[in-house]
Design a binder for this molecule. Structure first.
Ligand code: SF4
Length: 476
């Protein structure tokens, strides 16, 4: 079985990749500006909802219940979807999912597909598999189109081209769409994309989507979006294929009421998505006449098996945790080496790969808790990060300097005489760098650490020393 999360297995460690991203001032400016705009919009529309906290509780409870009974709801979805005329396929991993999709397209002798934005297909690297099979995929979401034309990688789970600014996109469109003229306003760029995509919508016979939600009781698939490209992709083609992670299932149609309020406000700061497409099987004479759902595991059942981090699968991919994260806001998404960046990527990617790769990602966080505060389904990301750090240590994969430091600390802290000796040694060592009770400008690795943080000096007298002196002074 080949578990794959984009290219995470071969990506460099987060610190090395982050260093490169941070050196790119244009990228940092673009990411900071875009996340500031989305955060402000989100805060405004969330503030309008008096029962926002109750909505978050409801979203969290529905997801927790579904994960606990996932086997039941998945088979219920399969039955309902099949009864409505759909066909359900089960894929253990990325290769199996890609093979199923390529097989369906070949059966219909087609060589092109139009795609709605789907991070799950980026996870399985579906576009690469399609191209290897001689099938041309056309991304139709504006941001995904920008990424595809630029031969780039997504840097945000909701706004994949967030690292690009308007002038960069204009230049890209001029070159790749072979345009003689193009204005530099957002409307000009949207208009160019519309003209480029329109004839593909009308010509191509196979559509591929992901799913924001899959409703177990009705067998319906739901996709929300802002541009209308998704609506075109799920209604115009003759054959529709939806690649759905198994965690996307929700029990009842009524549950959409909760998520369709939580998701748009958290993701893009909209009160509701302009386009909410929900389809169930096939309807004669209306929309695609063949509908396939590929249910993808790709490591999700092993995440489910760990009760301490299972809630990772509750994620509705709103991206709010990315916009709030002080680390993501500096580095952007590429540094995470995975299609899933930011705090959710830091917990999801290592787990999907059974902690085989990306061990640096659980450390790509200051544990400030900003992600937890904004998460619409209340995933306790800081707690899961700490849990995963524990797993990294248990596997013996912690970095050498950390392992040595922890061993030395364990040696000193497990015996009071050793601790006293260590305190004396540190007092001598810190003396040249001590200013007003703090250690400033020490040598080695501590130098960088103290540049942005206060390191209190070891006090001249420990509590034990103070206590024993006090006892000596006491009259008999
Ligand atoms: S973890 Fe929460 S905030 Fe982050 S993308 Fe998922 S649902 Fe949104």
């Amino acid at each position: 079985m080949s578990l794959r999360v984009g290219e995470a297995a071969t990506a460099p460690d987060f610190p090395a990749a982050a260093k490169r991203s941070i050196a790119n001032t244009q990228l940092r400016h673009n990411v900071r500006h875009a996340t500031d705009v989305i955060r402000a919009k989100r805060a405004r529309v969330v503030g309008e909802v008096p029962d926002w906290e109750q909505l978050r509780d409801a979203g969290s409870a529905i997801k927790a219940h579904t994960l606990q009974h996932l086997d039941f709801y998945l088979t219920q979805f399969e039955t309902a979807c099949t009864n409505a005329g759909g066909r359900v396929h089960w894929a253990r991993d990325a290769d199996e999912a890609n093979d199923i999709i390529v097989g369906i397209i070949r059966q219909h002798r087609q060589s092109e597909v139009i795609k709605v934005k789907t991070m799950t297909s980026d996870e399985t690297r579906l576009n690469v598999a399609l191209e290897e099979a001689g099938i041309t995929p056309y991304e139709t979401d504006l941001a995904d189109l920008i990424v595809q034309l630029g031969e780039d990688k997504p840097s945000h789970i909701v706004v994949p081209a967030l690292h690009r600014n308007k002038m960069e996109i204009r230049q890209l469109f001029l070159e790749k769409m072979k345009l003689a003229e193009l204005g530099d306003q957002a409307e000009d760029l949207a208009d160019a994309a519309r003209r480029y995509l329109r004839e593909k919508f009308l010509r191509v016979k196979v559509g591929i989507s992901g799913a924001n939600f899959a409703v177990a009781e009705t067998g319906s698939v739901c996709v929300v979006e802002s541009e209308g490209n998704g609506r075109m992709c799920v209604t115009l083609p003759e054959v529709m294929i939806s690649l759905v992670g198994i965690e996307k299932v929700i029990p009842r149609f009524q549950d959409l009421e909760v998520f369709l309020q939580l998701l748009p406000r958290s993701a893009t700061g909209e009160r509701m998505n302009p386009y909410n497409s929900i389809w169930t099987g096939v309807s004669p004479g209306d929309g695609p006449q063949e509908f396939h759902v590929v249910l993808l595991d790709n490591g999700r059942t092993s995440v489910l098996a760990d009760v301490q981090s299972r809630e990772t699968l509750s994620c509705i991919r709103c991206g709010a945790c990315l916009n709030a994260c002080p680390v993501y806001r500096q580095t952007g998404g590429h540094a995470y080496g995975s299609v899933y960046g930011g705090p959710i990527g830091a917990i999801l990617t290592p787990q999907l790969q059974s902690m085989e790769h990306s061990q640096s990602l659980p450390y790509a966080s200051s544990l400030c808790g900003a992600c937890y505060e904004v998460c619409p389904v209340k995933i306790n990301i800081p707690e899961i990060l700490v849990h995963l750090r524990g797993k990294v240590v248990d596997r013996g994969d912690a970095v050498l300097s950390e392992r040595i430091t922890m061993r030395m600390a364990a040696f000193a802290l497990s015996n009071s005489s050793r601790l006293a000796a260590a305190q004396k040694l540190v007092r001598i060592g810190q003396w040249p760098f001590e200013r007003d009770g703090k250690v400033e400008n020490p040598p080695g690795m501590l130098k960088a650490w103290t540049e942005a943080r206060d390191l209190p000096a070891v006090p001249k007298q420990s509590f034990r020393e103070w206590w024993s002196k006090r006892q000596e002074r006491k009259p008999a």
